[in-house]
Design a protein around this ligand. Structure first.
Ligand code: URA
Length: 206
């Protein structure tokens, strides 16, 4: 299921993010802010546990999160999304997966995975800004399912229709939350109009 944000703040920030003149410092700030806003939208169905809260004036009926959450940033472009989501969910664990796209085949290659055994989270949130061909997203959800994760969500910033189709077909149980859906992929697997290489733009490596 695709959830493309309709929030005006998200639309405003994603336009700034795309701009060719947005320098890495501003780009990282926007990635962090957009990740917070998308996290807020993506977590509206989280289960709560009732709790009594002592206040200076008495006792209030309150709630706390009832789900152990793991954030799974995909190295390296997903790194910049962690901070914003952790600000919203400070109790989340962060586990990294390293996948790169083979530039010739465009297929994902796993180079880092230190997920603990047994799996200790109830909801995994994959963080990867660009849902392009969908190969990396599908591979990361495959890894998480093999790890024993039954509940997985994907949060990205910009998606191509090809990536959405690929991830939805392979893993229809994984909701996809993004800030924008773009026109298409170009012949080297970049999203058009997109924003270029999300890793390079965050880390100033282009
Ligand atoms: N990865 C990126 O960083 N940008 C794209 O457009 C596609 C994949």
């Amino acid at each position: 299921m695709l959830f493309a944000s309709e929030h005006p703040l998200v639309h405003h920030k994603v336009a700034l993010l795309r701009h060719v003149d947005t320098e890495p410092k501003k780009f990282r700030e926007l990635v962090r802010e957009l990740s917070m806003l998308l996290c807020y939208e993506a977590t509206r169905d989280l289960v709560l546990v009732d709790q009594q809260v002592p206040t200076p004036m008495g006792t209030a009926a309150g709630h706390r999160l009832g789900t152990k959450i793991g954030l799974i940033p995909i190295l390296r472009a997903g790194l910049g999304m962690v901070e914003g989501v952790l600000e919203m969910i400070p109790t989340a664990e962060v586990w990294h997966i390293g996948l790169y796209r083979d530039e010739r085949t465009l297929h994902p290659v796993e180079y880092y995975n230190r997920l603990p055994t047994p799996n200790r989270v109830q909801l995994s949130i994959v963080l990867d800004p660009m849902l392009a061909t969908g190969g990396t997203a599908v591979a990361s959800v495959d890894i998480l399912k093999r790890w024993g994760c039954e509940r997985i969500k994907y949060i990205g910033l910009i998606a191509a229709p090809e990536g959405i189709a690929q991830l939805s077909q392979a893993h229809p149980d994984v909701p996809i939350h993004v800030a924008a859906v773009d026109e298409r992929l170009n012949d080297i697997g970049y999203i058009v109009p997109g924003l270029g290489d999300a890793g390079d733009r965050q880390f100033g490596t282009n």
